[in-house]
Design a protein around this ligand. Structure first.
Ligand SMILES: [Zn+2]
Length: 110
């Protein structure tokens, strides 16, 4: 049994194998606006159901997905190139408590 999560309206559901030990708080121009807390998993260990819409930012080669109904950011995934990981917005995971785990500041401001 993994850890479940969903967006606000419940149309997008996420399942990951275990709770993250830490999450990333990134200050790049996009994450700063979205306020995601990102947990990383190998793509084949993550199950996502429901339709999402992807925003592809410049040439960064990643699609940033959100629920088209409620707008919650759900995950990001690489396009083409395989990083061996994908990012889940840990805020969506059931009982996510950022005060209970390590939040690593990522400095990608430029
Ligand atoms: Zn939703």
């Amino acid at each position: 049994m993994g850890v479940q999560g969903s967006c606000h309206c419940g149309k997008v559901r996420i399942e990951v194998p275990e709770r993250p030990e830490w999450v990333a708080d990134c200050n790049c121009s996009l994450c700063r606006l979205l306020a995601w807390r990102v947990a990383y998993y190998p793509p084949d260990e993550v199950r996502i159901s429901g339709e999402t819409t992807a925003y592809v930012w410049g040439d960064r080669m990643i699609g940033i997905h959100h629920c088209p109904t409620c707008g919650c950011g759900t995950h990001w995934q690489t396009l083409g190139q395989d990083f061996g990981k994908m990012g889940i917005n840990a805020r969506l995971l059931d009982d996510f408590d950022e005060s209970a785990i390590e939040v690593r500041k990522f400095d990608n401001a430029d």
